[in-house]
Design a protein around this ligand. Structure first.
Ligand code: RB5
Length: 147
């Protein structure tokens, strides 16, 4: 299951990405927002991140105007590693090296075709493990106040 959420800045792109994933047969849980009305991006980061924390969803996609606010909010959640990406190489490497479980991008920054490519790169790659386990574990230690 892929959790998706956006504020008003990302609403239309969220709808397009949701349709794109559903057409591919990927299960999507849409946490809103559901219109162009102004909302607060941290709320949608919370919905998506809680869905991952509870293991209801495997990975998450967050969209706001820039990807920055919603990505920063996501990274305040335990166990969430959110990569804010505007191109595909970082989206791929965020999975492969950083074991990112959420991707964020900005609907006012990139176009829909780039967004689709970023989503594809993110969803089609796996964490490589190996030496990266040690590094990601250190991130978890920071989160737990152990560093
Ligand atoms: C909303 O206007 C905008 O601030 C938001 O979508 C996002 O870009 C924040 O980081």
């Amino acid at each position: 299951m892929i959790a998706i959420g956006a504020d008003h800045g990302g609403y239309e792109m969220k709808e397009q990405i949701k349709s794109y994933l559903l057409e591919k047969g990927i299960e999507v849980k849409d946490f809103g927002t559901y219109s162009n009305d102004s909302v607060d991006y941290p709320d949608y980061a919370v919905y998506v991140c809680k869905s991952i924390q509870s293991k209801e969803s495997d990975l998450g996609i967050l969209i706001c105007g820039t990807g920055e606010g919603i990505g920063i909010a996501a990274n305040k959640h335990k166990g969430i590693r959110c990569a804010i990406c505007s191109e595909t190489f970082s989206a791929k490497m965020a999975r492969v090296h950083n074991d990112a479980n959420v991707i964020a991008f900005g609907a006012r920054v990139i176009g829909i075709e780039t967004a689709k490519e970023i989503v594809d790169a993110f969803l089609s790659n796996e964490f490589e493990g190996d030496r990266h386990i040690r590094r990601v574990s250190k991130i978890t230690e920071i989160e737990q106040g152990e560093r």
